[in-house]
Design a protein around this ligand. Structure first.
Ligand code: PBG
Length: 325
């Protein structure tokens, strides 16, 4: 035999010499759930090892992440039910939980990258990402854009580096870009949830925030899991509207979408390794059915191989610990 591919795999020095992809804590964004109160750390049942944190604990967690090299966080506030309204006005309250959490992290760690989510579901009594027509139940695209813009400005004022529109309304990237620029926030970045699918993998996240839709589903705005071409169309729009980073969500079942976006666009690509993907790894590992660390690191590396530059993952801290060893 002249050609023996195994020669390139014969020991770790050779393997690491020819390795094609690398994973670093700098590429990870840790999503964090925030609640009201002090000294609160409330476990999320469907996300073993993950908690909702009061702002003081959130800052402690952010500092720990930062020291491990995970210098980026995405904040998701769990809003009290009595503040949820049909118009989701709490979403742009400059003294609300979200704005206070952003300010607290930026105050403690000015160099940490803080990303804020843009969507109405945590603040809406309907549990939808957009405003709902009370008569027809329709999710109102253009009226929602106005609220999303207020939310983006509120987060920018609180100090976010990136806003992440996860709402999937048409035209929102351009609308938010305009609104930010008009207020002088031309450096605030937009990481668009470009290809966000109507997925069953968001279940544990909705438990964490108690944000499931009260009626219906999200299929009129989130994408059909059967579609790939449509992701390219969404990406072209987001690029034209001024997105700085394109994201695919969920992650692992959609590696083909990550790959296609990476091949077709020059913008950085992010992947969201969502709550249900995390829960599956934890559940199987708790049962002794898989090796937790091996599967976690394999999953994260597969995102990189598929073309993701950035990975949002609930594994950020535990993965960084392993990478640093
Ligand atoms: C809200 C939002 C969701 C997630 C991120 N932002 C849930 C949804 O769209 O219902 C899901 C993240 C996860 O499952 O980890 N618009």
């Amino acid at each position: 035999m002249m050609i023996r591919p195994r020669r390139n795999r014969q020991n770790e020095v050779i393997r690491s010499m020819v390795r094609e992809n690398f994973l670093s804590p700098a590429q990870l964004i840790a999503p964090l759930f925030v609640i009201e109160g002090k000294d609160q750390k409330i476990p999320i049942k469907s996300m073993p090892g993950y908690d909702r944190l009061s702002i003081d604990k959130l800052v402690t967690e952010a500092k720990e992440l930062y020291s491990l090299g995970v210098k980026s966080v995405a904040l998701f506030p769990a809003i009290n039910d009595n503040l949820k309204t049909a118009n989701a006005r709490e979403s742009y309250n400059s003294e609300g939980l979200n704005a206070r959490a952003i300010r607290a992290v930026k105050e403690a760690l000015p160099d940490m990258m803080v990303m804020g989510d843009i969507a109405l579901d945590p603040y809406s009594s309907d549990g939808h990402d957009g405003l709902v027509d009370p008569k027809t139940g329709e999710i109102l695209n253009d009226a929602t854009l106005e609220v999303l813009a207020l939310q983006a400005i509120c987060e920018a004022k609180a100090g976010v580096d990136i806003v992440g529109p996860s709402d999937m309304m048409d035209g929102r990237v351009g609308f938010i870009r305009d609104a930010l620029d008009r207020e002088g926030f031309h450096n605030t970045m937009i990481m668009s949830y470009t290809a966000k699918y109507a997925s069953g993998y968001y279940g544990p996240f909705r438990d964490a925030l108690d944000s499931a839709p009260k009626k219906g589903d999200k299929k009129t705005y989130q994408m059909d899991p059967a579609n790939g071409e449509e992701a390219l169309r969404e990406a072209a729009l987001d690029e034209a509207e001024g997105a700085d980073i394109l994201m695919v969500k969920p992650g692992l079942p959609y590696l083909d979408i990550i790959y296609r976006l990476k091949q077709s666009f020059t913008l950085p690509i992010a992947a969201y390794n969502v709550s249900g993907e995390y829960a599956m790894v934890k559940a199987a590992a708790q049962n002794g059915w898989i090796d937790h660390d091996k599967v976690m690191m394999e999953n994260l590396m597969c995102f990189r191989r598929a073309g993701a530059d950035v990975i949002l993952t609930y594994h950020a801290k535990e993965a960084a610990r392993l990478l640093n060893n």
